[in-house]
Design a protein around this ligand. Sequence first.
Ligand code: CA
Length: 365
Amino acid sequence: MSRRQFLTRVGAGALGVALASPAVKAASERPIEWKMVTTWPKNFPGLGTGAENIARYINEMSNGRLKVKVYGAGELVPAFEVFDTVSKGTAQMGHGAAYYWKGKHAAAQFFASVPFGLTAQEMNAWLFYGGGLELWQELYAPFNLVPLPGGNTGVQMGGWFNREINSLEDLKGLKMRIPGLGGEVLTRAGGTSVNIPGGELFNALKNGTIDATEWVGPYNDLAFGLYKAARFYYYPGWQEPGSTMEAIINKAALVELPSDLQHIVLSACKLANADMLAEFTARNNAALRVLVKEHGVQLRRFPDDVLHALRELSTEVLNEVARNDAFARRVLESLTGFREQVRPWTDLSERAFLIARDGIQAGAG
Ligand code: CA
């Protein structure tokens, strides 16, 4: 896409304000200093470092005129206060995931990941070319926030379990950390979902506060040492097929910047969005080998009938969220409409190619 198109998409159009500068600062002036609060432990591989990358890109592209200091979860505010902190302008930027804010608005969850929803590639297509980002920015405007995709994990893992999941019965009574819509699905399957920040997962699983947890994938899960707290590592991550990480910017702080710095902030987020997916794709492979070969992790695929049941329950959950809120309905219709429209192409391209590459008969994979 052209630079002009990009800037329109990520900024000016949906901001509803011209990205013109109210006051162009002289180069000799002191650097502008921003704070970025995050939901991740400081420098946590992939996610925390993704936030650090945004800050670094902004510093580099602005030649030091805008400096962003990144705070890990709990350093300035706890993980789940990131949204309010940036909304109030106490920090100018935040980095996290939109499903953490379902208490602010039910529709927020749709901008992170939807169970059985879009892959990373499809999610980016919906956000940037399918109307998704405009809806996201509309949703956050009353909070004085401009949201942008700030990373993507790709397909996640289904999670860590201390017992095997052989049927839907095995999910009954299971207390699992699984945020957002996936958590609602688990509840409907008879389990109990809890949402706790990543930094607390290991202890919660180890001391039995929870029976299972999903987090991200091999790269991130290895970093938390989750293999030391549970044996069985399940796939696929039906609950998060391509999770978008969220960069949020305080709108008042953004429009106060000179226009070139506004564009730099927005561009840095888009760059980090693409970069994170590449990093995760590369590092998940290496981490998976370590988990299985060095730590004896037992990989398990969810049984087909469990996945089928979870898929049916997901549809119920999504429809209920949409029934209860008009804006959520608009977002869901946009997202599911896009999924149906993109599906034939995904089948003929990604799916057909992967089957062809691996020599698997169609239908056997
Ligand atoms: Ca997850």
